[in-house]
Design a protein around this ligand. Structure first.
Ligand SMILES: Cc1ncc(COP(=O)(O)O)c(C=O)c1O
Length: 370
């Protein structure tokens, strides 16, 4: 009998929490009025949307008015980067990001470089961390934006955002943080991080796909040029009829994460330690403790060997799912100094809320035999 497939690809997308599904079903069935309409049928939709805005804002220690709904972190990242560059173009033409950003940050940055901006890409150390001194050295008077992610989607490594933000203090350079992987997994406060813009995605935290948010600091106010033009929704910064069933699902997911984060992380660290305890032929990529527990990136001692091809009863990845149409060595591991073969055959194991002890035990046993 073939074993059921165990899902170990939470970093690509998490299962949707049943409580989120239930809330979305109610929203789809009952809250169908357009949230922007003036009649009374829109009233409960507006209330539900406002609650979701508060729930998502609360997850990152922000006020509800600073949350802008988008279609996901890709759009949030694009809006933050292009929006800042266009609005503040008179301030300067220099941008900074790290080499291990998600493609939805790196590609807009490269596009702006083609359009005449100067771009500095910071190389992290071998453990995946960008050092504050590197940022300090790269910073210029004409640097308008720094974009550094919080948790890496391939390694789980967490950047020390407050220490990086400290280097920008007293300058007019804005800081954007892609928190798609960390939100809902580790406590976030936009004030403690010291960021001006922060990207979020619902489907990385047990919510639905196709909905995300961009936190935009209000004091002092950060201005953006829109990516799209249309009606006046969301102060015309991101027009379009709001997908309220998805927003309500995202809000519920944020609320659950807020309540369960501490106990969940404790459990995931136990799983993390259990998986690493039994492996002999693998090396962990990324910092051993400045990280999320639910993403483990491993390289086999034989760098030609592809463990993903062996572990067919587990849904696993070599790297980011969004890069699977352009297979090749992971740009994240290459930037951390791994050779091309190592970076092409890494094993990303990611797990979360619905992973069971039994699944961890099965995967641990399988890994120990490779
Ligand atoms: C770090 C990071 N940023 C951005 C994204 C894009 O998110 P979305 O799928 O919501 O567009 C992802 C998803 O893979 C991610 O892991």
């Amino acid at each position: 009998m073939t074993e059921p497939l165990s899902y170990f690809d939470y970093a690509a997308s998490t299962p949707v929490d049943p409580a989120v599904i239930a809330q979305m079903q109610v929203a789809l069935a009952d809250l169908y009025a357009n949230v922007s309409s003036n009649h009374s049928a829109a009233q409960p939709v507006r209330q539900a949307e406002q609650l979701a805005r508060e729930q998502v804002a609360s997850l990152v220690g922000a006020v509800a008015e600073s949350i802008l709904w988008t279609s996901g972190a890709t759009e949030s990242n694009n809006l933050a980067i292009f929006g800042v560059c266009d609005f503040y173009r008179r301030r300067g033409n220099h941008l900074i990001c790290s080499a291990t950003e998600h493609s939805s940050v790196l590609t807009p940055m490269r596009q702006l470089e083609k359009d005449g901006y100067e771009l500095t890409v910071l190389t992290p150390d071998s453990e995946g961390l960008v050092q504050p001194e590197q940022l300090q050295e790269a910073l210029r008077e004409e640097t308008i934006l720094v974009s550094i992610h919080h948790a890496n989607n391939e390694t789980g490594v967490l950047q020390d955002i407050p220490a990086l933000a400290e280097r920008l203090r007293g300058t007019s350079t804005l800081l954007h943080v892609d928190a798609a992987q960390s939100a809902g997994k580790t406590a976030i406060s936009v004030d403690e991080l010291g960021c001006d813009l922060l990207s979020l995605s619902a489907h990385k935290m047990y919510g639905p796909k196709g909905i995300g948010a961009l936190y935009i600091r209000r004091k002092p106010r950060v201005q953006l040029t829109p990516l799209f033009y249309g009606g006046g929704q969301q102060q015309a910064l991101r027009p379009g009829t709001l997908p309220t069933h998805q927003i309500i699902g995202f809000g519920r997911a944020a609320d659950i994460a807020n309540q369960q984060m501490v106990s969940e992380q404790e459990q995931l660290w136990q799983f993390h330690r259990a998986l690493l305890a039994g492996i002999n032929s693998f090396q962990l990529n990324g910092h051993s403790h400045q990280r999320l527990p639910g993403i483990i990136n491993l390289s086999h001692t034989d760098s030609q060997y592809d463990p993903v091809k062996e572990l067919t009863s587990f849904a696993l990845a070599n790297g980011a799912a969004c890069n699977s149409s352009q297979p090749g060595p992971s740009h994240v591991l290459r930037a951390m100094g791994r050779d091309a073969s190592n970076a092409a055959h890494a094993l990303r194991i990611s797990f979360g809320r619905f992973t069971t002890k039994d699944e961890i035990h099965r995967l641990g046993t399988a890994l120990s035999q490779l």
